[in-house]
Design a protein. Structure first.
Length: 590
């Protein structure tokens, strides 16, 4: 007999039954939790000044706060943009691999000009408060809004010192940036080399970027060295006491949870819940509510739909289900830098805004591409048989289709309740005991608890039916086989309203991208038909440096002036490295 165990979780953190906000009940529990290292985060980004119509790119580094090595605690990280009122303007969820990730924010016209904070954190870090969270200053300039009061002052001279540029600390003793020349023309191919002079002492992960220097005076962003100094003293373990509430780490995947109450509003204890994330590559999770009526599961696979259907597994209980939400940290007490616009900046702002408009107008010829995630096997290793209904005579209903087309599946009468679908056992391949278990039924990835209610489903809408004849066990119950129905539109989940549950949107992790890299040939250089006003000429969010020298090729744009080559990151042992080189780009047509 081949038996599959569908993911079923009563969350455990260390040795504890978990809750989204768990109350530490004993000294023993506290010590168990403190044995899990705290984390700290560094976010390298392409600020500090970002205009409307531009992308803010970032590279995310998550460390074990006790030894400064890459953290293996959290599976998920978060990056947020907070305004001067402490309001969260943007927030992204990103999946971590070996403590690292990458992403970007597009700054649209809804974001007003002002001074902002860029935050980086994990849920586990939130337990130690805002002090544990990475924070860096960011300036957003939205020239399309009339109100620029957040960046203006009645007396510039009194405020001038606030925005004077400060040099960044550097360390080029381990790795150096090599360029064949530093005086370069527009639309020219350039090679930059990274040379590691210290062998294993230089091994590590770094961010490499080439970016035009800001024309306006502004405090530079944190680099790896200033970050290491600023966050050197953050706590290495959980800073809580017995009786305190905590957020559990997202160690096994993205935490998804909810609460179930009965008709009287009391917690529904011991209720079996099924959570399905629908789509062609669906996820199926089961959980049981705890003493407070809460249930939890982790989503580790790269699901495609930002939607979850949470419902009672057997559709027999009159309950109310709500989706849980993790509270945001209070950002109202943050200290914001006071960047101010000078009268002399108007020309820079106008020119940069025009360049951004032209870049966005021609974005279709310079697209980024989303990286495809690891494909999900919805059948968890089971060998599926798929029937495409267009290959057969069409029958009106789902029930008739099963009778006439499928050899191994059909409805079975149930004198004690609703009729159910059963999939025949595979006695030829496996020696197993005969059973009368129902099948697991899904339509476009939606778990269907009551099979009888879809007997008359219009079979003209069905594209294919896949089934697995293995046995499955979920939440203490046995099932004989799994059937997945795929409709022609693939959107059954959009209008599905569970009788005892909810169909809700969930926040999906931002996909990682392959960023566009400009290339030119002789014809492109001659015609110059498409304008090129890229301020970021090269963006490599994470590169691994070892013994061999690395080379990267990039093309300059139509912009002239000073550009900065930046290598910034950390060795395997947690040592921060920041290296800078300046290149001058002049008009190559002169």
């Amino acid at each position: 007999m081949k038996k599959h165990w569908i993911a079923f979780l009563i969350l455990v953190a260390v040795t504890l039954q978990g809750r989204a906000q768990y109350v530490i009940s004993s000294e023993e529990e506290l010590q168990d939790l403190k044995s899990l290292p705290q984390e700290k985060v560094y976010v390298h980004h392409t600020g500090p000044i970002v205009f409307t119509g531009e992308y803010l790119y970032y590279a995310f580094y998550c460390f074990n706060a006790q030894n400064n090595r890459a953290s293996n605690v959290s599976f998920v990280g978060y990056v947020a943009l907070v305004n001067h009122l402490g309001e969260y303007v943007l927030e992204q969820k990103i999946r971590l691999q070996k403590g690292r990730s990458q992403g970007d924010f597009f700054i649209n016209t809804d974001v007003p000009s002002g001074n902002y904070k860029l935050l980086g954190y994990t849920q586990w870090m939130k337990n130690n408060g805002m002090e544990q969270v990475f924070k860096d200053d960011l300036v957003i300039i939205n020239p399309y809004q009339i109100n620029q009061s957040q960046l203006l002052s009645d007396n510039w001279e009194e405020e001038k010192m606030v925005t004077e540029t400060v040099g960044q600390p550097v360390d080029s003793s381990v790795i150096q940036i090599k360029l064949a020349k530093i005086d370069i023309g527009t639309r020219e191919r350039v090679t930059v080399s990274l040379k590691n002079y210290k062998s294993q002492l230089g091994y590590g992960n770094y961010t490499l970027k080439i970016q035009k220097k800001d024309e306006m005076q502004v405090k530079p962003p944190e680099n790896a060295i200033t970050y290491a100094n600023t966050y050197f003293g953050v706590k290495g373990e959980l800073d809580k006491a017995v009786g305190d509430s905590i957020l559990l780490p997202e160690q096994r995947g993205e935490l998804l949870f909810g609460k179930v109450t009965d008709a009287e509003g009391q917690p529904s204890v011991g209720t079996k819940m099924v959570v399905s994330v629908p789509g062609e590559e669906f996820l199926l999770k089961f959980a049981i509510t705890d003493g407070g009526g809460s249930f939890y599961t982790y989503l580790r696979k790269d699901y495609k739909q930002g939607r979850a259907i949470m419902q009672v597994a057997e559709n027999k209980q009159d309950v109310n289900v709500i989706l849980g939400e993790v509270p945001k940290l209070d950002a109202s007490g943050l200290d914001f830098k006071n960047f101010l616009l000078q009268p002399g900046y108007s020309g820079f702002i106008k020119k940069r805004s025009i360049h951004n408009q032209l870049e966005n107008q021609f974005f279709f010829v310079k697209p980024d591409s989303v990286l495809l995630g690891t494909p999900i096997d919805p059948f968890d290793g089971g060998m599926s048989q798929t029937i495409n209904l267009d290959d057969f005579t069409r029958f009106p209903t789902f029930q008739e289709t099963l009778v006439e087309v499928l050899n191994y599946a059909g409805y079975r009468n149930n004198p004690d309740g609703s009729d159910y679908i059963r999939i025949a056992q595979d006695f030829e391949t496996y020696n197993e005991r005969a059973n009368d278990f129902p099948a697991i039924l899904l339509i476009d990835g939606v778990y269907i608890p009551d099979h009888e209610k879809v007997k008359n489903f219009d079979a003209k809408q069905i594209e294919s039916i896949s089934l697995v004849r293995d046995q499955f066990r979920m939440a203490g119950k046995d099932y004989q086989g799994m059937m997945s129905v795929k409709t022609k539109d693939g959107n059954y989940f959009e209008d599905y309203a569970p009788e005892h549950g909810i169909n809700v949107s969930i926040k999906k992790a931002s996909p990682q991208k392959n960023y566009f890299k400009q290339r030119y040939n002789a014809e492109d250089l001659k015609g110059k038909r498409v304008p090129d006003y890229r301020r970021i000429l090269l963006w490599e969010p994470h590169i691994e440096i070892a013994d061999e020298d690395l080379q990267f090729e990039f093309y300059t744009s139509d912009l002239t002036g000073e550009f900065e080559v930046v290598l910034d990151g950390f060795t395997t042992y947690g040592k921060p490295i920041s290296v800078y080189r300046t290149i001058l780009i002049e008009d190559g047509s002169q």
